[in-house]
Write a protein that binds this ligand. Structure first.
Ligand SMILES: *[C@@H]1O[C@H](CO)[C@@H](O)[C@H](O)[C@H]1NC(C)=O
Ligand SMILES: *[C@@H]1O[C@H](CO)[C@@H](O)[C@H](O)[C@H]1NC(C)=O
Ligand SMILES: [Cu+2]
Length: 250
């Protein structure tokens, strides 16, 4: 289906992807399974496969939380910095489940899983729109450390890399970016140290909902060195963990 070029680079990429970290390799939206953006093979196909997930440079994290990279793990390309639009858009109803399928997550990378959404402004199209530093994001789900001390990242591993959230009921229709992330805290005893692994996917919300949030954050902006939960010693601090960012919109 796709002409394969640079197969040596593909092999090298696969070798390096074994080393560490992770990304969302597949995502189920509206009951349809979409392959994720695969950073170690997609760039070597011509034409590149169409994805709902925005490009990311590899399986590594963002640690400088002042960079646009913290938005979608993107990088400068074609004049779009930090969040390059993807060609495909999934479709889903409010109240339905979105499921993320992460590559094998390392045990050591303890931390929360957090999910935001951002509505594309009227007159813009998600296949060409990026939020830049605008405050457009609202939190829709989060999971940190349980009362018995189990991190969401460990639960993810126990669930074979699968994590789900529910699109808010009654959410107004339109195009939205879903920004899902793991924040790994194994080096977060000081700043910089927390490792952010964001993934942005594109969805058309259907239906006739009328609900919209009124409070938004920006990426970069939502997380700084002084945001609770960005600096945290996972080895010494056995107490409660405050998940970074605003409250979940409800
Ligand atoms: C997650 O994606 C991988 C790679 O495509 C696949 O092998 C695995 O079966 C998927 N897991 C689930 C639960 O679908
Ligand atoms: C967005 O742009 C794509 C690509 O040009 C087009 O196919 C699609 O119909 C547009 N969607 C909307 C809602 O305008
Ligand atoms: Cu890592």
């Amino acid at each position: 289906m796709f002409a394969r070029i640079g197969s040596l680079a593909v092999l090298l990429g696969l070798a390096s992807s074994v080393a560490a970290h992770g990304y969302v390799q597949a995502e189920t939206v509206g009951g349809v399974v979409y392959t994720g953006y695969l950073p170690y093979s997609d760039p070597y196909y011509s034409p590149p496969p169409s994805r709902i997930i925005r490009k990311l440079p590899g399986n590594g994290p963002v640690t400088d939380l002042s960079l646009i990279d913290v938005q979608c793990n993107g990088w400068s390309e074609g004049g779009v910095i930090g969040s390059a639009p993807a060609p495909l858009v999934a479709s889903a109803a409010p109240g339905s489940t979105v499921t993320f399928n992460w590559t094998t997550w390392p045990d050591s990378h303890l931390g929360p899983l957090i999910t935001y959404m951002a509505k594309v402004p009227t007159g813009s199209n998600i296949t060409s729109w990026s939020p830049g530093t605008s405050a457009v994001w609202f939190k829709v789900a989060q999971s940190g450390k349980s009362s018995s001390g189990v991190w969401a990242s460990t639960t993810l591993i126990n669930n074979k890399g699968i994590y789900s959230f529910t699109i808010p009921s009654g959410l107004a229709p339109g195009q939205y970016i879903i920004r899902h992330e793991i924040i790994a805290l194994h080096s977060a005893y000081a700043y910089p140290g927390a490792q952010v692994y964001p993934s942005c996917s594109q969805v058309q919300i259907t239906g006739s909902g009328t609900r919209s949030p009124t409070s938004f954050v920006s990426f970069p902006g939502a997380y700084t060195a002084s945001t609770p939960g960005i600096v945290f010693d996972v080895y010494q601090n056995t107490g409660a963990y405050t998940i970074p960012g605003p409250a979940v919109w409800s």
